[in-house]
Write a protein that binds this ligand. Sequence first.
Ligand code: ADP
Ligand code: MN
Ligand code: MN
Ligand code: MN
Length: 337
Amino acid sequence: MSYKAEYIWIDGTEPTARLRSKTKILADGAEPGDWGFDGSSTNQAPGDNSDCVLKPVFICPDPIRGGDAKLVLCEVFLVDGTPHPTNTRAKLRPVAERYAAQDSWYGIEQEYTFFKAGRPLGFPERGFPAPQGFYYCGVGADEVFGREIVERHLDACLEAGLKVSGINAEVMPGQWEFQIGPAGPLEVADHLWTARWLLYRIAEEYDVAATLDPKPVEGDWNGAGAHTNFSTKAMRESYDAIITACEALAAKAQDHVAAYGADIERRLTGMHETAPWSEFSYGVSNRGASVRIPWQVELEKKGYIEDRRPNANVDPYVVTRMITGTCCEALEKAGQV
Ligand code: ADP
Ligand code: MN
Ligand code: MN
Ligand code: MN
């Protein structure tokens, strides 16, 4: 029997790209091949020359439709065969390949916020809920909102074969997190984009919008980030390599902040478990630092670091390209590979 393939791609919306998808029916046994779309409707092409090309890069079972159905994550190309300017995965590929021997791993903590009727899920129609304090990893109808969606999303990620490593309720009502990884730079980002698509798609059935807004509510409420945990083979074996990576991030701090998601200044204020966007710092166990060295890592003198700066709305192809480029280059120069 023929089967349904949901082709998923990243559009050209600025400043933060969005996901798009459409369905192709494929003959039994046929591999999902190249396809096309109207780039003039996605901010990727002018109307008089609108064709863009979809090239499958990551295919997995579709847990929404079940059966033989597939999800097909794609890169966007121009008709002349070159990557589309919005194709950030194509820019990551050579960097990932250049430093493949360092075997970098990423674990990305994706925070997000459910919205319904124009306010975060769990917020009253007027005014505000009780202040932050009980919602993080909470339990009970007065503390957590949207768990049914979150559980369905977790099951869907597992059925799709994504490398999801956990979930938790976050600091603000309606705010949650899932983690993808550890995995290499391309794989973690492919899985994260696919997991985001599944989240939007499942929440849709509850008339709930999942958003990656980095500061969904102004005032004394936590923003939403995408902490990026990172290690190379050398870092997993030596503390010197850990410090080299932190110092390399310090030297390129502003380049990284500029690429870590739109509106990052609104989130990295120095309050709410963040370091100010304009000042770089790293420290052991410090959730008020830009980069945290977990306490076990200091104890064992090896492991990984956590870059706490990326926004929830960051493009994971960009964050893994930046960190791989900066840290792996420095480790290579220091002869710590
Ligand atoms: P936090 O304590 O900051 O909330 P989480 O448990 O939410 O941390 O996320 C940590 C992430 O780091 C997980 O996705 C995990 O798989 C990943 N991770 C663990 N070890 C490594 C490592 N050596 N290199 C890269 N990522 C790692
Ligand atoms: Mn976490
Ligand atoms: Mn978190
Ligand atoms: Mn974290």
